[in-house]
Design a protein around this ligand. Sequence first.
Ligand SMILES: C[S@@+](CC[C@H](N)C(=O)[O-])C[C@H]1O[C@@H](n2cnc3c(N)ncnc32)[C@H](O)[C@@H]1O
Length: 264
Amino acid sequence: METSTNALGPVDYDTAQHAGYARGRALSAAAIQHYMQVFADRLPSRRPLVGVDLGAGVGRFTPALAETFGGPVYGVEPSGRMRAVAEAEATHPRVRYLAGEGARMPLPDAQADFLLMFLSFHHFPDQRAAVTEIARVVKPGGRVLLRSTFKERVPNHWWRAYFPRSQAVEEAMFPSVAEARALFEAGGFTTVELVEQEIPFEGDLAEAVARLKLRAVSVFEHMTEAELQEGFEALDAALAAGTLEPRPTTGDVLVFSRASGAFG
Ligand SMILES: C[S@@+](CC[C@H](N)C(=O)[O-])C[C@H]1O[C@@H](n2cnc3c(N)ncnc32)[C@H](O)[C@@H]1O
């Protein structure tokens, strides 16, 4: 069984999360394209670029990365079941999914022009070892795109008020910007930019509630069944009363550059 850990303990992607993840966390084509533009603005304009999607999950972004940047793109994912969904449902001729994890990627040295971690880094049990491994796999001058929440910048999600303890749980789950920078800078990277984005609320509220009930949000794994039930009941009541409000959220991407010449 593959698990991952953070300060609050592991989130199990092999027995629970893989089942609802693709539907629960589905993104529109427009949202995927928005991210591709954010990444393209921070990567060299030449094509093709070789990419790694580390903690690729069910491959939400991996085919779009290959399409946008030319590839090949390697989706490295430790959970066999998440990978199986990706291999069945997120195929692309220039994408390969590989069994591996942050601290152990089955890739040669200096392979990647860019490496994306999209809401995966906070799960890594040994982040220092992962940064060393990332420095090995990324080419000198290559870029790391760390899409993460940071503890002092936890987003005010549209559902936040219904799960009040989720804020504190997220603060415990994620590093601060300074902590993430310190880790990467000690590992031979320079910080390029913190990209702060506003993410519009997409689609229908009832659909959003139904998707949230699939619990494909790792913060829920650290809350009690009673807290979740109470929150979902209150959400249903607000939806029925028409008092539930859609609200944009925020999402950060910390961009690093692999120093030329570091690590030989
Ligand atoms: C929240 S999901 C994000 C998946 C994908 N990046 C996305 O945005 O759809 C987190 C993923 O990180 C993976 N993960 C957990 N521990 C990991 C590790 N040590 N190295 C790489 N990936 C890991 C999990 O298996 C899971 O698929």
